[in-house]
Ligand binder design. Structure first.
Ligand code: GDP
Ligand code: MG
Length: 216
C-alpha cells in the first residue's frame, strides 16, 4: 500500500475526538473500466506509487488500496482494476455493485475505445437502477502525451462537429479529464474530482493543477 500525499495544511496538534476521527477518515471503492490497452492499470499503478511499465500485461481483475491525505483529512480508496474484456459482464456487475464511483478510461490512440464507453455507461445505469442508487462516473482520456493525436469528434443534433469531451459533458453529463499515466499528468486530479462528487458538502477544491484544457 502506498501513500499519495497532496500538500497538507499546517495545523497545531490537539486531541481529536472519535467523531472527528471518523469524519476525517473516509473510505471509498472505485472501479476502473475501459477497453484493454487504454492504460487503466498504468493509471492505477501511478496512483499507488508503482512504476510505469512499457509493455502491456493484460489484467484479469486486480485490487489495490491507497490513501490520500488532503486538507488534513485521510481518504482511503479500494481500487478495482478490471480486465477490459467484454466477456465478463457478471464480474463487472459485481464490481459496480461494490463501487462508490467509477472511472471510465479510453485512449486517444484507440478511437474505438471511446465508442465502447457507452456499453459501460449502460451497464452502470442498469445496475444502479436495480439497486436504486446513483454513483459518480468520471471519464478519462489517457495517453495525452502521444504526439499528433487529437480527441475524437462527433456531429451533434444540428450536424455541428463537437469534441469528445463536450459530447460527454453535454450528453452524458459526465465529467471528463485528459491524462497521461506515462508522465503522471492529471492522475491525482482524477481522485480530487471524485472526492468533489463523493463529498460535495466538504467543498473540496483541488489546486489549479488540473490541466483540463491543455490537451484539447
Ligand atoms: N504513451 C502512453 N502509453 C501509455 C500510457 N498509459 C499506458 N500506456 C501504455 O499502454 C499499454 C497498455 O497499458 P495498460 O495500463 O496495461 O492498459 P490496460 O489494459 O487498460 O490496463 C502499455 O504498453 C502502457 O505502457 C500513457 O499515458 N501514455
Ligand atoms: Mg490492465
Amino acid at each position: 500500500m502506498s501513500l499519495l500525499r497532496a500538500r497538507p495544511n499546517l495545523s497545531f496538534k490537539r486531541k481529536t475526538s472519535s467523531l472527528e476521527k471518523a469524519e476525517n477518515h473516509m473510505k471509498f471503492t472505485v472501479a476502473f473500466f475501459g477497453d484493454s490497452g487504454v492504460g487503466k492499470s498504468s493509471i492505477i499503478r501511478n496512483l499507488v506509487g508503482e512504476g510505469y511499465i512499457q509493455e502491456h500485461i493484460p489484467t484479469v481483475e486486480e485490487f489495490y488500496a491507497t490513501q490520500m491525505i488532503y486538507r488534513n483529512k485521510t481518504y482511503e480508496f479500494d481500487i478495482i482494476d478490471s480486465s477490459g474484456s467484454y466477456e465478463f459482464p457478471a464480474m463487472r456487475r459485481i464490481a459496480i455493485q461494490k463501487a462508490d464511483a467509477v472511472v471510465l478510461v479510453y485512449s486517444v490512440d484507440r478511437p474505438k475505445s471511446f465508442t465502447k464507453l457507452e456499453i459501460y455507461l449502460d451497464e452502470i445505469q442498469k445496475c444502479c437502477a436495480d439497486s436504486n442508487r446513483r454513483i459518480p462516473v468520471i471519464i478519462v482520456s489517457n495517453k495525452a502525451d502521444l504526439p499528433n493525436l487529437s480527441e475524437p469528434t462527433f456531429a451533434d443534433a444540428r450536424g455541428i462537429e463537437i469534441s469528445a469531451c463536450d459530447y460527454l459533458e453535454s450528453l452524458w453529463k459526465c465529467q471528463w479529464l485528459s491524462t497521461s499515466a506515462r508522465f503522471n499528468l492529471n492522475i491525482a486530479a482524477i481522485f480530487y474530482k471524485l472526492l468533489e462528487k463523493l463529498c460535495p458538502e466538504r467543498k473540496i477544491r483541488h489546486r489549479s493543477t488540473i490541466l483540463k484544457n491543455k490537451f484539447r
